[in-house]
Write a protein that binds this ligand. Sequence first.
Ligand SMILES: [Zn+2]
Length: 218
Amino acid sequence: MCEKCFDKEIFKFESESDFIAFEKSLNQKAKFLKLINSKHEYLNDFHYTYTCENCKQNWWLSIPDNAWRGYFLTEKNAEDHIKNIRSSDKKKKNGCLILLAFFFIIVMISLMNSCVGSSQKFDKIKWNEREDGFYLYREEMIGDLTENYLKKGTTYKKIISLLGAPQNLNDEIERTISYELMTDYGWDIDPVEVKTLKIKISKDSTQNSFKIEHWKKQ
Ligand SMILES: [Zn+2]
């Protein structure tokens, strides 16, 4: 650094006019400040290297380009400057990757949830909703139903008012009422999988116990 080249460094050109003013003074100092060839690994197409014939200082010029604000620095500071920029870029990149990983995990979890079938609150009307003969919500509601409604001692009347008339099959054992939860026919005429809710009623017409029968064709 000397009065023949520049006595201060520019870490970034704030504006286009800033850079034009700099270029002007660079031209004025061309007598001492000479463009040299440098094959430094950090230098790319938008970089120029100058050397001051008076003080022997090497200068690096990076031309601003769009968002990139360029710089005019002594060789050592330019190297440090580029190193800093590269490591902060790397950090940003890593931050993005971590964010992306999080996003991916969240998407996977919500996908898994939608595959397993989310549980939902028991709803008397939804309980009987069906499409093409299949109950739409019974399996999803069974958790809430058995946990919060089917308590020991619940009266038969109350159960019927909640779940409707029993769907007992002919071979039902005595004092047991059953409700179809799901039936899967696969590609067959006969079911390949059936889930049934079976509620045992005691002699005093209150609920004694319940179980979920799960039958699957072998
Ligand atoms: Zn100089």
